[in-house]
Structure formats: structure tokens, C-alpha cells
Design a protein around this ligand. Structure first.
Ligand code: ISJ
Length: 416
């Protein structure tokens, strides 16, 4: 059963105009107070606000429905686009449920998008969207950091560790190779959290991550599920994580991560799951023989950049649906891991660990995995998420510490 709720464009909202601009300044500084959309890395990417159209989908054909809707929607637009580059013209932001069959995926066409790519800036307005006054927009002034109170999410730490031990026992019994178990952490805030402030702090501390916001889910993810530029596809697969240390200890931890057979195996499953799912759509697909280290402010990961050339006519959302969930966020084999997640996690992931990103009318776009993130709650607080891959030899206490290190990415933005 698929439910589709959508806003169709009124006649006045059918006009889309993209013009070049040299002086957008810091993209995240442009976001209005309250809700906004973002996909920004190292000062480039897209921000948007307002809703020209919105689509919520759930069910077995959720992504196909979304792709068909986007095609119909863009076919009905009257577009003047001076640039014709990825992200110019009409753009759809999307945040897809971890389980798109059961969960709700949200897609939004903003009324205004400001973008920057390779130093070229532009503004796109849809219908009645009012372009921002550029030039020297005053940087938003942050209020004092809110007072925060944390509470356990679905499972307290001891119960979550018991779930990890159960998962290891199931792996040892030969039921599966890897499962990713996550936990949530609740935070209440007084005054209510300001998403703009959180996004700016995340972007400043995690320049190598994609700082995203779609419909109240925001974070800074290091993991790119799939980018499509014409026929070129790319992905940054992560799995295998180590804490940061001080001085020489940091170097020792980095070397130990590269040498760890357990983390290498965990990483290889994640790369293989992406490659196996993408191969039927590619005339060429290349994964590096060895992972590299990706060093972030709070943790370090094993990383592999996979590139491919697409053959056939599948659109980006179809490709995203084909590769998700990879073993980086679910496990191996996929169906067994998904079932064990349902049995042990005790929570609804919602859009956490689902694809998040954007697509344009040419079908170019980028989707990351919604990690190192939180979902804002109606009371002004948030629900944070973090998970880690469990394989043979995983130790519950070490995995709990890994979730804490991953939570710290968002907590730092909350607390400063
Ligand atoms: C599941 C998360 O991260 C994933 C799990 C990783 C691991 O287990 O080593 C590393 C990066 C991500 O693919 C998360 O951050 O919540």
C-alpha cells in the first residue's frame, strides 16, 4: 500500500528562474530562522527555504512514486536557467526513511535555492519565492547556548550492550556476518534549539562532511551514498571506526585501525554491498583495493571512494533505492541484518541512516546517509542517533563507546 500526499503547483508557481550571483556569501548564513534545507560541504552546495511543493511517500514503490512525481512536476514547469549545471534550475531535497516501505520519506521543492559549485554561485526562485537580498547579508546573531537535558532513548546503555552481545552470539552461530545496531538519545532544550545555529556549528567543525537539513532532520554526514553527474557515479563508503586520541596516541589509534582485521572485514562487507548492488547499472565500476583513513574531529573511519559509469536509463532515485541499505548501515546478508535490527534495536529509525540529499531536473544529484544527525522534536528538543557495525569479535563496551563518540558530533554543536 502506497500513500502519496502532495502539493501540486498552482499556475503561478510554475515559473522557475535561475540567475548567476557572485555574492551569496556563506550559504548557511542565508537560511532564515526556523526551517530550512541544506546540503553544504566546504562552503559549496545548496541551501533552500519555503515550500513550493512537498511529497510524502511510503510503501513498496515509494521511491519509484517519488521519481515519477518529480518527472511529472518538472515537466510542468516553465524554466529559465542561465547555468544548466548540477543543482541549477528546479531542485528537490529528499530525506528517505531507513525503511522506505514502512517509514515515511519526505521530499520538498523549496521556493528559493541558493547554490555554489566550483566557485560559481546562483539563485533559483520557484513561483512566488522571494530572492534574498545578497551583497553583504548581516551574519545571524546567535543567542546563548540553550540549557540541555539528556535522557535515554529506546534502550538504556546496559540494555543496548546486551543487544550487542546477542548480535555477536547470532553472528558466532553463523546466522549472519554483520549487523549495524543503533541507539537514540533524547535531548530537551530551553530555549528551543535553533537549527541554523546547529548547522553553522556542524559545518565549522566538520568541513569534510555534508551538512544537511531536510524537514527537521539535520546533521553532518561523512558518508556519500551516491552522487550522479551525467553518467558518472561516485560513492564514499565508510565502515570501521576508531576514537581520536591525544598526541602520539592518535597516530597509534590510526595505525591500529588500518591494521585491524575486524575493521577491514566490516569495511569490506560495506564496499561489497554497494558494488554488488550498483554493478548491474554500470559499464565500469572501480573500488580501491585498500581503504584509506578519513579523519574527523571526533572519530576516524576506514573509507573507500567508489566510482562508476552508468549504463541504461535508471534515474538517481532508482539507483539510490537499489543500493540502500548498504552493509554500512544495515549489515550482511541484508535481509537477515534488517530482521535482527527490528528484533534488537527496540526503536523506529525513522529517517536516520536513510538517504538524504537532492536531485535536479536533469537527474543529477547527491544522496548521503543521514548519520551524525538528530531529528528535531515539536517540544524544541531533538532525538540523536548513532550506530555501529557489529561483527565477530565486537565488544559491547567498545561499541557503546563508539556510539558515544558518534553522538559527540551533534552534542558539540548543541553544547557550544
Ligand atoms: C551507523 C553509523 O555509522 C556507520 C557505521 C560505521 C562503523 O560501524 O564503523 C562507520 C560509518 C558509518 O557507515 C552512525 O554514525 O550512526
Amino acid at each position: 500500500m502506497t500513500t502519496v500526499a502532495l502539493t501540486s503547483p498552482a499556475a503561478a508557481a510554475r515559473t522557475v528562474t535561475t540567475v548567476r550571483t557572485e555574492d551569496a556569501g556563506d550559504l548557511l548564513d542565508l537560511l532564515p530562522e526556523g526551517a530550512g534545507l541544506s546540503w553544504v560541504r566546504r562552503g559549496e552546495g545548496l541551501v533552500g527555504w519555503g515550500e513550493a511543493a512537498r511529497l510524502e511517500v511510503t510503501g513498496p514503490s515509494a521511491l519509484a512514486d517519488a521519481a515519477a512525481w518529480w518527472e511529472r512536476y518538472t515537466a510542468g514547469l516553465d524554466v529559465a536557467d542561465d547555468l544548466g549545471i548540477p543543482g541549477s534550475g528546479p531542485v528537490l531535497f529528499g530525506s528517505i526513511a531507513f525503511d522506505p516501505v514502512a517509514g515515511t520519506s519526505v521530499f520538498v521543492v523549496p521556493q528559493v535555492v541558493v547554490g555554489r559549485r566550483d566557485g560559481v554561485g546562483w539563485i533559483t526562485t520557484v513561483g512566488a519565492g522571494v530572492p534574498p537580498e545578497l551583497g553583504r547579508p548581516p551574519a545571524p546573531v546567535d543567542g546563548p547556548a540553550p540549557r540541555l537535558r539528556y535522557a535515554d532513548g529506546a534502550l538504556d546503555p546496559a540494555t543496548w550492550c546486551a543487544a550487542v552481545a546477542t548480535a555477536v552470539a547470532r553472528i558466532d552461530a553463523g546466522e549472519l556476518d554483520k549487523v549495524v545496531l543503533a541507539r537514540d538519545l533524547l535531548v530537551s532544550a530551553e530555549p528551543a534549539l535553533d537549527p541554523r545555529r546547529l548547522l553553522r556549528r556542524l559545518a565549522a567543525r566538520f568541513p569534510d562532511c555534508w551538512t544537511f537539513a531536510v524537514d527537521g532532520l539535520l546533521g553532518a554526514t561523512p558518508e556519500l551514498l551516491l552522487r550522479r553527474t551525467g553518467r558518472q557515479l561516485s560513492s564514499r563508503v565508510l565502515a570501521g571506526t576508531a576514537a581520536r586520541g591525544a598526541g602520539a596516541e592518535d597516530d597509534r589509534l590510526a595505525a591500529a585501525l588500518l591494521d585491524s582485521a575486524k575493521d577491514r572485514a566490516e569495511h569490506a562487507w560495506a564496499v561489497d554491498s554497494l558494488v554488488d548492488a550498483l554493478a548491474p547499472y554500470c559499464s565500469r565500476l572501480t573500488a580501491p583495493a585498500e581503504p584509506e583513513l578519513l579523519t574527523l574531529a571526533n572519530v576516524r573511519h576506514l573509507a573507500s571512494d567508489v566510482t562508476g559509469t552508468q549504463r541504461g536509463s535508471a534515474g538517481l532515485l532508482e539507483l539510490v533505492g537499489a543500493v540502500h541499505p548498504t552493509a554500512a548501515v544495515c549489515g550482511t546478508p541484508t535481509a537477515d541484518a534488517a530482521a535482527l535490527i527490528g528484533e534488537l534495536e527496540g526503536m523506529d529509525r525513522g529517517r536516520y541512516a536513510g538517504p538524504v540529499g537532492w536531485i535536479d531536473s536533469r537527474g543529477d544529484g547527491e544522496f548521503g546517509l543521514a548519520l551524525r544527525c538528530a531529528e528535531l522534536t515539536p517540544d524544541g528538543g531533538a532525538r540523536l542517533f548513532a550506530g555501529c557495525g557489529i561483527v565477530a569479535g565486537s565488544e559491547p563496551a567498545a561499541e557503546l563507546a563508539e556510539t558515544q563518540a558518534k553522538f559527540a558530533a551533534f552534542q558539540n554543536a548543541l553544547e557550544g
